[in-house]
Write a protein that binds this ligand. Structure first.
Ligand code: FES
Length: 283
C-alpha cells in the first residue's frame, strides 16, 4: 500500500498525487514510468513520475481523468488514503545528449513526461525549446517549464468537442513555425499517437532527428503479456521493455493508432456506467 501524502486538482481533469514510494524514488530516472493499481481488481495504469525525492521517498504522479478508473481515483481517493500497488520504475531511461538544440513537445498531459527529460537535457548542456499544445482549461506547469527552458512556447486554445484533430492541427502549425524560426536539430514528443504522427510528417520534411514516447495499451509492464506490442523498423518491440522512446522514423504509426483505439467503445461504456452509478447515488 502506498500512502497518498497530497492530492491536488491541477486543472479540470488533471490531478496530482504525491505518493510515498521510497523504492521508486530511489531508482527512477527521467524517461521511466510506473504502473499503478488504485483499486482491488482494478485496471493497471502506466504513469510517469514528474518529480521525486530520493531523500524523502516520495514521487509526484499527475493523472489525467479519461476513463472509469481514473475518474474513480479522482472521486474516491483522498489525502491520507492509499494506492494498492506501484510497480516500477519500468522502461528505459531517456538517452543523454549534449550540444543539441532540442524541441521537446508535450501534448496536453504528455507535458508531464517531458518535464524530467527536458530538464535533464538542459542540465546536460543542450538548448531547450519546449512546446505545450493544449486546450486552455488544461494548461498547467507553465512556471516550471519557464524556469529552465531557453524558450517555452504555449499553444493553448478554447476547449472544443473534437480533441485529437484539434490538438493535431495546433501542434502541426506550431511545429512548422518553430522548425522555420528556431531550426532545432532534434525533436521529442509525448502525446496521443495521432498527434505524434501528424507532427512526424512535418519534422521529416526537414530531415531532423525525432524521438517519440509511445503509449500503447499496457498490462504487466514487464514484456510478458504482449499488450504493448509495436512495430519499429519492421520488428516487433514491446514499449514497456524496449521503450518507451523510439526513433520516429522507424515506428509503424498507423498500426499503433488502430490498436490503441481497439477498446475505445468499451472504455467509454464503462465510464458511462460509473458516472450513472455515482450520479444515481448507487454504491
Ligand atoms: S505491457 Fe505487457 S508486454 Fe508490455
Amino acid at each position: 500500500m502506498y500512502k497518498i501524502l497530497e492530492k491536488k486538482g491541477l486543472t479540470v481533469n488533471q490531478t496530482l498525487y504525491k505518493v510515498e514510494a521510497p523504492h521508486v524514488a530511489e531508482k527512477v530516472q527521467p524517461g521511466q514510468f510506473v504502473i499503478i493499481r488504485a483499486f482491488e481488481n482494478g485496471e493497471r495504469i502506466p504513469v510517469t513520475p514528474v518529480r521525486w525525492s530520493k531523500e524523502e521517498g516520495w514521487v509526484d504522479l499527475i493523472v489525467l481523468t479519461r476513463g472509469k478508473t481514473t475518474k474513480r481515483m479522482e472521486v474516491e481517493l483522498q489525502e491520507g488514503g492509499y494506492l494498492l500497488d506501484i510497480a516500477g520504475p519500468l522502461g528505459n531511461p531517456a538517452e543523454h545528449f549534449s550540444g543539441k538544440k532540442i524541441l521537446a513537445i508535450g501534448i496536453m498531459t504528455g507535458l508531464v513526461e517531458v518535464y524530467p527529460i527536458a530538464k535533464m537535457w538542459k542540465e546536460e548542456g543542450n538548448t531547450l525549446i519546449t512546446l505545450h499544445v493544449t486546450p486552455e482549461p488544461l494548461l498547467f506547469m507553465q512556471e516550471e517549464f519557464e524556469s529552465f527552458s531557453d524558450k517555452h512556447i504555449i499553444d493553448a486554445y478554447p476547449m472544443t468537442e473534437t480533441w485529437i484533430p484539434d490538438l493535431g492541427v495546433h501542434a502541426v502549425d506550431s511545429v512548422k513555425k518553430i522548425m522555420e524560426e528556431d531550426k532545432p536539430d532534434m525533436v521529442f514528443i509525448v502525446g496521443p499517437t495521432e498527434v505524434q504522427y501528424a507532427v512526424f510528417n512535418v519534422v521529416k520534411e526537414y530531415g531532423v532527428e525525432m524521438e517519440v514516447d509511445l503509449h500503447p495499451i499496457m498490462v504487466d509492464g514487464t514484456g510478458m503479456c504482449g499488450a504493448c506490442r509495436v512495430t519499429v523498423g519492421g520488428e516487433v518491440k514491446f514499449a514497456c521493455v524496449d521503450g518507451p522512446s523510439f526513433d520516429a522514423y522507424k515506428v509503424d504509426f498507423e498500426e499503433l493508432i488502430s490498436r490503441n483505439n481497439f477498446y475505445l467503445d468499451k472504455e467509454q461504456f464503462s465510464m458511462k456506467l460509473y458516472l450513472e452509478s455515482i450520479q444515481g447515488g448507487a454504491q
